[in-house]
Design a protein around this ligand. Structure first.
Ligand SMILES: CCOC(=O)Nc1nc2cc3nc(NC)[nH]c3cc2c(=O)[nH]1
Ligand SMILES: [Zn+2]
Length: 372
């Protein structure tokens, strides 16, 4: 079984396209990862997720450690077998979700103690425990245990938090050890500050990782500030390793990030929106709940080849959504995930052909059109 490697196949400006080779399969980049929080991409069967074109999905350490626990999943053969997904899985380290979901948190040099949002039980996460949990799950791409500071934060707080994350990155690396075929990604922090981001990148490079994530963004700073940071942060990271931007995002966020050198992203948006009736299309967003769809015989998107667009009218989707039928979330999630993968495929092809700028112009022009 081979190891883990990143093969760059093309570049257009700062945008790159390539393949991440892993023992569980190849991941073509730029790649979008659906989020499978509780060992399921909500409202989707795993084979449906694969049918959308997804080649890797994300699992959440915080949720799985609380329920059903990493030990139970390990005893049952690991997360791939447990959730019937044989392709690569990336798991987060839990730090970000502890700070955003758990109760009664206490952050120290050692790690984080917190109360479960499910039953109030007390738990402790450290870099070492996070590595153990992700190993028990059988994760193919393991993330360092980090701390993501809530914005806005002053420079001293950002520097202090980043330096803690860098000490935790070293401890994560030491605890991860050498696991052939499995990857450990470091996470750059430093807020929107170019000097702190540089210091963080240097620290991560001196430790050495299989991939480098850009953390601390998509936390309310807004697209302009995020793109401003992405105008320099990816270039601070090794150019021969995958760059992963967490928690992004809307279609135009994704395009802007790839344009600036990002290779991988994850976001709950397409799946969560699918369940709330928000539909993403090449010409903009449709809110299927709106009464104006009640008699509309057209598909969501006449060019889309997903099951929702091939077999159902907007009128039907409006009806089942309004009736709170499960099929609504299933079909709208499937469409959104399919559309997000279509954006990624379009960018991979355009970067390989050296036509990214034209592709991007067309992407934005299509969305400018009014009523959809
Ligand atoms: C997914 C791997 O990330 C981690 O293990 N830590 C981490 N996760 C983040 C998730 C984020 N989601 C958003 N917006 C929706 N911003 C995020 C930042 C981080 C982060 O800094 N660090
Ligand atoms: Zn569709």
């Amino acid at each position: 079984m081979g190891g883990f490697s990143f093969e760059k196949l093309g570049q257009d400006g700062k945008a790159r396209t390539g393949v991440i080779h892993t023992p569980k399969g190849d991941i073509r980049t730029p790649a979008f990862m659906p989020v499978g929080t509780a060992a399921t991409v909500k409202a989707m069967m795993p084979e449906s997720v694969a049918a959308t074109g997804a080649e890797i999905l994300l699992g959440n350490t915080y949720h799985l450690m609380l329920r059903p626990t990493a030990e139970r999943i390990n005893n049952l053969g690991g997360l791939h077998k447990f959730m019937n997904w044989s392709k690569p899985i990336l798991t987060d380290s839990g730090g970000f979700q502890v700070m955003s979901l758990a109760g009664l948190r206490k952050l120290t040099e050692e790690g984080v103690t917190f109360q479960s949002h499910i039953d109030g039980s007390k738990h402790h996460l450290t870099p070492e425990r996070s590595m153990e949990i992700q190993r028990l799950l059988g994760s193919d791409i393991v993330m360092c245990f980090d701390e993501c500071p809530a914005l806005p934060a002053d420079r001293d707080r950002i520097a202090e938090s980043m330096r803690l994350s860098m000490r935790w990155a070293q401890r994560s690396r030491d605890a991860f050890g050498d696991r052939l075929g499995y990857a450990l990604f470091g996470i750059q922090q430093g807020g929107l500050e170019q000097d702190f981001r540089e210091e963080s990148a240097e620290a991560l490079k001196s430790i050495g990782f299989d991939g480098y994530a850009i953390g601390g963004l998509a936390v309310g700073e807004g697209q302009d500030a995020m793109f401003g940071c992405l105008d320099f942060a990816p270039d601070q990271l090794p150019e021969d390793k995958p760059r992963y931007l967490m928690g992004v995002g809307k279609p135009d966020d994704i395009v802007g990030a790839v344009k600036r050198g990002v290779d991988m992203m994850d976001c709950v948006l397409p799946s969560r929106s699918g369940r709330t009736g928000q539909v993403f299309t090449r010409r903009g967003v449709i809110n299927i709940k709106n009464a104006r769809h009640a008699d509309d015989p057209r598909p969501l998107d006449e060019h889309c080849t997903c099951p929702a667009c091939r077999n159902y009218s907007r009128a039907y989707l409006h009806h089942v959504f309004r009736s709170n039928e499960m099929i609504a979330g299933m079909l709208l999630t499937w469409h959104n995930l399919h559309y997000f993968q279509e954006i990624m495929q379009g960018m991979r092809d355009a970067i390989a052909a050296g036509t990214f700028d034209a592709w991007e112009a067309d992407f934005h022009a299509m969305r400018a059109q009014g009523d959809i």
